[in-house]
Write a protein that binds this ligand. Structure first.
Ligand code: NDP
Length: 286
């Protein structure tokens, strides 16, 4: 029978143990970890996401500071704010919410965030460290997948893992994380993307299939192997409902393990951001 992974339960467990660690940190260092989030403009999806981050911070006793700048903010103004937050000893982690308005160069902004406060792991220095197998932080979404692999004791080593998607936020760092010489990694990998010919040829060979495409139910029943572990990162809105990249109902009796959408990877992602913020705070005091 298929095992359905309860991402909300995992997120709650991590969050509860993290709260204890944060409170220990506060007692020991007389300093509360703080996450500063910058949002430029009023994009509803970004505003909603930032609200969720604020809630996650509250749950684990991390301070939250929001900087909501007008949509017409210049790159120079944004860089000045980032400089101030980089220097502010009370700020442990910084997030600049994307997308940014067109007058602002996203790469320059991501490079400006102090790598030790870069809890989203967008700074190229941190991506480089991850590629070298010496990560400072793990990017939150692939970190959430890695965490659930560990917690559910999913053995990756010796198996064939296929990742569909190669974005800088999910697919690529997922590949780098699973390539690490670590327990629950050491993966043998195939990475597919929009230029892959005959996607199903690869997905059918996957012992572990990670879908991070952003196309509703693109992975069908005949595209997976009997007994495969299916990790669905995709979140797509279809007629007001959230669905994943995998045709969930179709594959249920064929997969051995599956993450639902919603309630799978999503809830764990924000908690990993909290974990990174505590890690950043620890780095700053040491
Ligand atoms: P991107 O659009 O940046 O990347 C999508 C990737 O899928 C690209 O590499 C693209 O290929 C590939 N792709 C597109 N079409 C196909 C196809 N037909 N066949 C094979 N590959 C294809 O998306 P993200 O990586 O940012 O996000 C992926 C999904 O994960 C989205 O649904 C997003 O909402 C979700 N997500 C969920 C999070 C969570 O916390 N659960 C957090 C972040 C994202 P190419 O590179 O060639 O264009």
């Amino acid at each position: 029978m298929v095992k359905i992974i309860d991402g909300r339960k995992i997120a709650k467990e991590i969050s509860e143990s993290l709260k204890v660690k944060v409170e220990d940190f506060i007692k020991k260092n007389k300093l509360t970890p703080k996450l500063a989030v910058i949002i430029v403009g009023e994009e509803p999806a970004s505003l909603f996401y930032v609200k969720m981050i604020a809630r996650s911070c509250e749950k684990v006793s991390i301070d939250f500071e929001k900087h909501n700048l007008p949509g017409k903010t210049s790159e120079k103004e944004l860089l000045e704010l980032i400089d101030n937050l980089n220097e502010d000893k009370k700020v442990s982690g910084i997030i600049v919410q994307v997308p940014l308005p067109e007058q602002i160069n996203q790469e320059r902004i991501q490079e400006a965030v102090n790598p030790y406060k870069d809890v989203d792991c967008f700074n190229p220095i941190n991506m480089g460290k991850l590629a070298l197998g010496k990560p400072e932080f793990l990017p939150c979404t692939p970190y959430a997948v890695y965490e659930l692999i560990r917690r559910e004791n999913i053995i990756v080593e010796g198996k064939h893992t296929v990742i569909v998607g190669r974005s800088n936020i999910v697919g690529k760092p997922m590949t780098l994380i699973l390539l690490q010489k670590e327990q629950y990694a050491n993966a043998t990998l195939t990475v597919c993307h929009s230029r892959t010919n005959d996607l199903s040829h690869y997905t059918r060979q996957a012992d572990i299939l990670i879908a991070a495409v952003g196309k509703p139910e693109i992975i069908k029943r005949d595209m997976i192997k009997e007994g495969a572990v299916i990790i669905d990162v995709g979140t797509n809105e279809v007629e007001g409902k959230l669905v994943g990249d995998v045709a969930y109902e179709e594959v249920l009796d064929k997969a051995s393990v599956i993450t639902p959408v919603p309630g799978g990877v999503g809830p764990i992602t924000n908690v990993m951001l909290m974990q990174n913020t505590l890690k950043a705070a620890e780095k700053l005091v040491n």
